[in-house]
Each structure stands twice: as structure tokens, then as C-alpha cells.
Design a binder for this molecule. Sequence first.
Ligand code: BGC
Length: 818
Amino acid sequence: MVRSQIDDDYETKHVNILDEYLPECMVLLRKNGDFPLNGEKSIALYGNGVRKTIKGGTGSGEVNSRYFETIEEAFTKEGYEILTKKYLDNYDKEYEKALKKFKNHILVEILKNPITGIMNSIGAIMNEPEYKINIDSTGDVAIYVLSRVSGEGSDRTFVKGDFLLTDTEKNIILSLARGYKKFMLVLNTGGPVDLSGLEEVENILVLSQLGVNTSKALVDVISGKKYPSGKLTTTWTKSSDYPTIGNFGDSSDTNYKEGIYVGYRYFDTANMEVMFPFGYGLGYTDFNYNVQSVNLVNDEVTVQASVQNIGNFKGKEILELYLSKPNTELDEPYQVLVGFEKSKELAPSETDSITLNFKLSDFTSYYARNATYILDKGDYIVRLGNSSRNTEPCAIINIESRIVVKQVHNKLDEPGFEDVKIDSNLVHPGEGEEDLTNSNLPRFTLDPNCIEKETITYDKVFEIPEEVKQLSKEDKAHLVIGAFNPSGGLASVIGSASTTVAGAAGETATVAGLSPVIMADGPAGLRLASDYYTDRDGNHSTQGSIPISMQQMLPGVIQWVFSLFNPKPPKNAEIKHQYTTAIPIGTAIAQTWNKEFAEICGDIVGTEMGIFNVHLWLAPALNIHRNVLCGRNYEYYSEDPFISGIFAAAVTNGVQKHKNAYVTIKHFAANNQEYNRYGSSSNVSERALREIYLKGFEYCLKRSQPKAVMTSYNLINGVHTSESKELTLDILRNEFDFDGIVMTDWIVASMFTGQVAKYANPSATGVVKATGDIYMPGSKDDYNNILDNLKNKKLSMEELELSASRIYKLAKEVHNNN
Ligand code: BGC
């Protein structure tokens, strides 16, 4: 079969599979019954997302598909007449004017301070400009598509044109809502925007960024061919509602003083009204649900509930289970998510029965005073609902005295402050008195003996195979450093250092007769170069190492300077192509609350890894949406660690079904801001780390066996995560029982030493001493660093061999398996 034939087969197949599910990622925030349309075929399209539709964020998470159509094109293709061509043409002109100004500004900054200027320019994103264009309100139906993009290298801001709407956007949206018979505001964003002031808008849909068929999926939902059925996995509210207890975006030290009160854990506990709560989303229809039974077997709670479609359109409902723990010595959030299930598609009047379950021992609290995971004594209230602001108690479980489920050691040092405490003894809306003593709820008493208790001993033993011991010290050093081009260059700025597969982020060294292990990015699909050529040294992207959407924001002269460092195709070189499927961004996958879909996404990526010979996918990414401004939140799933862990595990299982296709879960851990990301310390209490920031990784590792873990750029409490033996050996390998590869994130910081630098960069030796296995993307200096420290005895041969042997085994495994 010729290559293009293979391409067509897998691409079409993957797009068709995704199409079935994309509407499940969308969240309907408001509805008045005007949508879906009733056969109308003339439509007025407004907003920056109509022609500049965004399929995903920028940076290493960007994926190069064969094609991408805009929302305007998708409506046209489906036979709609677009009434607003004049407005759209005028908008294009305004946008180009603003972009020119923006690029000039970047250039001036670079001329003022070249290093900082260049660093800040990579990932810089233009805010939506203000403009004056006449709106002639033609037709009966209008859609305003508001888009925002963000990504690697810069955070979002609470300013107009980014998190806030511009005055122009607000005015147009309000006038459309007033002037049109039917109006829908569509949000083509990777995360929240501030929707305050738009109370008159009665139809709002979070389209999100759904990869290759974002636009077609919108047309399907507007026309009524399909229906939205997602719910938010992060709280959407006005900018002034988000707490400022801890800071965000500090260049050196970000203090997570809010402790465990992240996202809904904060809003629900403080009983603060929010615009669109965690877990919230509507459908084209409505549902009723009722608890049928609750049971406790050992420490496993099972809730059986019925769901009925009580509207006139088909749909799917998601039920969510929360747990309120007793406040004892530890203050506890009002509730935490412990389970969820999505119904099958329900026709009007149809009923489904849903089973939700969870184990209490999976939801312990961390008591730092004596380093124990505990279930404290008292009443545990189980709540069922369809958003975090709409839950009702359905059972009470009593624990008579404190159960120590796991004994560990504190490992992560002190952040230098006490976490905030929030009074959670509040009355919640719709629930009346929270005192349930005399309620008729089913009550259970937990038998403490049914919980398996564990004491961690930190004594896991790792074998070094004889054949690794026999290797030369140079070969061993090469194994723990990513394969590098001795001549250097900018090939790995944003992860495209592989010369075996063009555009793949990196690979392991070809020493000792080993073939390379190829690593390529995600999470929104498999990131490869779509155009490449081959020469004596291998395969090279013709598109440079900076993702295309990021290049577009750079001044022409800077693009030219960067291009000087890129490998050049020889004259008459054949330009070849590799196309992969852009899947929805991480947040959108989680918004489906459909684990099966997450596994399907993994399956698609795993298949394409097989086609292009990639072994390690650098995804899924499961950092917590600690702050809505983090530029890379779009890659991550949620503000909640349980959802994050469940979705990362489902994606992992989908990928790893395929022979020789493995995942790398990242970024371990507390990687929650982009500003000065190489050198900022996330200062976090041991409790918040263990209950929030490490928890998703732990849940993922319980439900799947990811082959690799990538450490983060940031430090935790003043120690680089990649150099923390406590994090890598004690917690990841011993406590979480992880047996795979630990790699660093792509450390290219030494190129930019002019950055704010309170903390020194991590070194290859530091990483290996912490039991990290490979320092990526690697350079000659890093390789020398290992050999020098071996010589001066700062690194022992055994330390080096331990890491080298894990890479050696992986390289053997992926190539022998063929
Ligand atoms: C990103 C990682 C990515 C790596 C390789 C880094 O800049 O933080 O998420 O996997 O590059 O591209």
C-alpha cells in the first residue's frame, strides 16, 4: 500500500471516531430553548473565532494535522449562507493592523534587552484588540464566536482582550442578544473568560478547542444533528471572585498559601456564589435523578441512581458523587469529588440506572504532624448531584475512631508559612440546616478492620543487569543524557530534538548497539513535523523548532534569526509529510466526564505512534488548574485531582494497548505557572502536595501503568523537582510503587541565564543522583557534567548504572518487541 493510502485510512478513521464524541466536550452554560436551530440556513457570524478558529493551545501541545477548517468554512460546507462577510473582512483588516503593532512592540523590547526580550517573545500572545466596525444586523440568527488562545511560555492575565472581554466584544455581544431573534455566544477558548455583564445573553456554549474538527462539531450542535453533554471541570466565574490567598506568577517564589482550598474546594467551603460552578453543564434537554439505594461493603460505597430525560430532546446526564469529611484536627473542604458516571444517550422520557462507587480509603486526608494518611473519626456525608453547587446528602457513614490508612514520612520540606484555614461549618444554599443528626438518611458504621493498612519502608531494591555494568563509562553517561547533536543549535527549543523522526521532541542515545527510543509530544495528539526532509544526519523538520502558532506572533526579523539555526534542506531535497490527528485539548477531554472517550483518544494516539515509530508520548499532562491564568491549563484536565488522575489513566490505557507505545505522565509536580517556569519555586505544604498536586499522579498510577514520568521545570520548596530524591525515589518509586522511567522536562535554561535566577539550574548529575533516569533534551555539556562528576566522585558508578540500566532496558524492550 502506498504511504498516502495508509495516511488517508488512518486519518479518516480517526476523525470519524472523534466526530462521534466531540459534542460531549462542549458545555452549554445557558439556554432558552432557541437552539438547536429549526432548519434555518442563513446565519450571521461574528467574533474573532469565526475565521481565526482555534483548535488547541500553543507550544509543545500544538499538533500539526493535515487540514483545519474555520467555523465560517464549516457552516458554508454544510450549506449555510453567511450573512456577515463584510463584517468578517473588516475584522480581518483590524486584526492585521493590531498584529503589526504587537510585533513592533516585541521587537522594541528585544532591542532593549535581547535575552529577556527573546525569552518573553516565545509564547507571547496578542490580546484581542478593540475596534470599530459597523454591525448590520441582518437575518434572524446570530452566533458570536469568541476565541482565546494561550500556551507554553506565558500566562494569561486578567485584562481586557484576554481573561476579560474587550469593550468591543461586550458591546457587540449585547447588541446581538438584543437585536436577533436567536442568538448564541460560543466560546472557542481553552479555559474560562469573565462573562460578567452578559446576563442578557440567554444562550452560551463552551465549544472549547476540539482539535481537527472543532468547527464541524459546532455546526453539528447548532443544527441539532448532535447535542452538547459536557460539564465544567474547573469553576468559571468573574475574575474578582478567584481567591488571592496564595500568590501567582511570582518570578522566584509562588506561595500556595491556600493549601488544599483549590477551585471548588475553596468556593464551596467559603459558600461563595460563582457564575458557573465546577461540574455544571446543561443539555438541550433536562433530567431528573433519584437515589435508589446506597450500600457499604467493606469500605466501598455504592450509590444506585435513576436518571430520566424529562425534556424533548435526546441527551446524556452526568451524576457526581461528593464526600464531606468531618472537621476534626484537620480542617476539611465542604466536599470533594469521589465519583462520577455518565448516562447512556436518553431519548425523551427514557430512564437509565447509574451505579457510582468509591472506596473511602482512596480519599484519606494527610495529617502532616505524624505523616499519616487518615480517615478521622466522625460522620462522612455522601452527596449526589449534577454540579458541585447542586448536591444533596444521600448517606452518612460513621467512623468511630481515627483510622491510619498509611504511614509515610514527610518528605517535601516546609513552605515557610501555614496554610489558610476556611471555616467550613456553613449552611449551604438549598440544604437548610447542615445538621443531619435526625435525618432519615441511610446510616452505616465502617468496620476499621476492613481497611488494609500500610507502612512505607522506602527500601525498594533496583537491579543493575550485568551487561550494563560491562558498558564503558562513556556509554553509561550517554544513556542518561538525551541524544544530542554535538554541534548544538536551537533544534530543541520547544522539543524537536529527534533526528530519527522529524519534529519528535527527543530520543535516547544510540550507544552499545542500542537503537533510539523516540519521544514525541502531546497531549492534543501526536506532535510531529508535518513537512520534513532527509539528509545524511537524519530527518529534519522544515518548519523550525518553534511551533507554528508561536512563530506567527514573532516579528519577521526574529523569525528569520531563529531560522538561521534550523537545519536547511539541501537543494532539490524531497519534502515529505507526516500528518497526525489533533484530538481535543486535555480540558475538553475531561469535560466529557466520559472515561471511554479518553481511552479512545489514547487509542488514536497509540495507533499513530505505531505508524510513525514513536515509542514514548510526552503526555498526558495532569497538572492542576490551581489558577485560571496558567497559560498551559488547556493541556491539563481540571482543578480536581481525582478527575485528573482518572482521565490520565484512561488515556494511558488507550495508548499502552498498542505494542511499543507508552506514555509519559507530566509534569511531576506543582507546575502551575509559566512565568519564569525554569526558575520558580512552588512553595506548598506537604498536605496540599499530597492531597492535591501529587494526588492525580497517584490516582493515575493506581489505575494504569504509565511507562514514564516527566518531572517539572519548577522547584518545590526550593528544590528542583528533577533533583529531588525525595520526590523521585521516596514518593514516586517507593510510595507510589512506580517502576518506569523518570525523565526531566526539556531543560534548555542554561541558554537563557539572563532570566530571573534566584535558584540555580538543575544539573545532569543532580538529576541522576535523585534517581532520575534521563536528562532531556541533553547536550555535550550535560554529558561532560556526568563524566566530570564521576571522576571527582560526586557521582558514584552505582548511581549512574542504576539510571543507565533503566534506559538500557527500555531501549532493548521497544526494539526487541518488534
Ligand atoms: C514542555 C514539555 C514538553 C517538552 C518537549 C517542554 O518545553 O514543558 O511539556 O514535553 O518541552 O517538547
